[in-house]
Design a protein around this ligand. Structure first.
Ligand code: DAU
Length: 367
């Protein structure tokens, strides 16, 4: 089959990555989707079991820091476009192991940028007509106080954690590649995502898991920090919009307008989990109270904890016609449903079983 695009997507076995790969593969049969993933602890190969036999899907096990491996992937598939989603993404891990974030997020992005530039310049007919989409985060803009103006695309890059610094550094390299080489790069900065397949190291799935296991529900500091939450279906539509319609050289914010304090989010999750656990109202009330009593406030769990993120997404709405559709309550409800009905997925993550399955995919096919 003659594909009109041959896309290299990185991190396709991760939380957002696997759901975006599925969307690309299912909705664009005339695009070849090549998923490059190193299957670190955050990559779950089995997430994509349902589509791995699809004609327009390929998996390549490898590292975005490996220039030789990337050059083989570019040449073998005559890659036309890149969607770079792979990243170390957990702030707490970046505090205990900052170098991992520097290497994987910053060096990895620069290696991928350079591999794309070299291939497109020398074998891909020049840079024009290609696209490199770098999926970044609102955390590069630093933190706001309670009444601070939402981040726009022009806000200063002012990261606070090793995670956000590593993503921001990659942002700066993207800007340098745009200015210096005219690389056709689009960047998006997104708020906190909520939905299926997120590892239970993050607040939402961790809270669901702790309630269901009757464990203490950990809230950092007093739970007053504010995050903006976007449901995965909106994330996928926004990412598709940026990839298809985003103007090279431009950045777009992806947000929902749904800001809430962590403690309010945790209370809503408790209510929604308990509604599913108890059909009888009296038992629900008791279950809700018991779970609330299990909230444990932990001071200084995250040194330098950013107080608030808030993102202005007017530009993507006005210029590319995307807007969010799912409100926060619906997003929490759908997410709780998924975890409730896919508990075996959580068990496989917690027990490490998924790592055994990952090993089956760890053969270098290209090289
Ligand atoms: O803003 C976008 C970012 O959202 C992404 O770029 C990151 O990759 C993603 O991890 C997320 O970052 P956060 O640090 O905001 O997400 P996390 O789920 O780790 O924490 C959300 C908030 O909840 C944060 O204020 C810390 C707090 N928290 C977190 C955990 C894991 C708790 O109170 N208890 C917890 O157990």
């Amino acid at each position: 089959m003659e594909y009109i695009k041959r896309i290299l997507i990185t991190g396709g076995c991760g939380f957002i990555g696997n759901q975006f790969v599925r969307k690309l593969v299912n909705e664009h049969k005339d695009w070849l989707i090549v998923n490059v993933d190193i299957l670190s602890y955050a990559g779950v190969a089995d997430n994509l079991k349902d589509i791995e036999e699809e004609e327009n899907y390929r998996f390549e096990y490898g590292d975005v820091k490996d220039e030789f491996f990337l050059s083989m992937v570019f040449a073998n598939y005559a890659i036309t476009d890149v969607i770079h989603m792979a990243a170390e993404s957990h702030v707490d891990n970046s505090i205990s192991a900052p170098m991992e974030f520097l290497f994987n997020n910053t060096v990895g992005t620069v290696t991928l940028l350079e591999s794309a530039r070299q291939y497109w310049t020398h074998a891909g007919g020049g840079l024009e007509g290609h696209k490199f989409y770098y999926f970044s985060t609102d955390e590069v803009f630093g933190a706001l106080d309670a009444d601070g103006e939402s981040f726009t695309e022009d806000s200063k890059i002012k990261p606070n954690s090793p995670y956000s610094a590593s993503k921001a550094s990659a942002d700066l390299f993207c800007n340098a590649y745009i200015k210096t080489y005219g690389m056709p790069i689009v960047i998006s900065h997104m708020c906190n995502a909520i939905g299926p397949y997120q590892l239970p190291e993050k607040l939402v799935p961790a809270t669901i898991e702790r309630i269901l296991n009757d464990e203490p529900i950990i809230v950092y500091d007093k739970g007053e920090q504010v995050r903006e939450w976007i449901y995965i279906d909106d994330v996928l539509d926004a990412a598709m919009t940026v990839f298809e319609k985003g103007v090279p050289g431009e950045a777009y914010n992806i947000g929902s307008g749904e800001e809430t304090q962590n403690i309010m989010l945790v209370m809503k999750i408790i209510a929604m989990v308990c509604m599913r656990m108890y059909s009888d109202y009296k038992r629900y009330e008791q279950g809700y109270q018991d779970a609330k009593d299990k909230i444990k406030y932990v001071e200084n769990a995250r040194p330098g904890h950013d107080f608030r993120y808030s993102i202005n997404h007017d530009k993507i709405t006005k210029e590319l016609g995307w807007k969010p559709k799912v409100g926060l309550d619906e997003a929490i409800s759908k997410t709780v449903d998924w975890y409730y009905n896919n508990w075996d997925w959580v068990e496989s993550i917690k027990s490490g079983e998924y790592k055994k399955n990952n090993e089956k995919y760890m053969d270098g096919l290209v090289c």
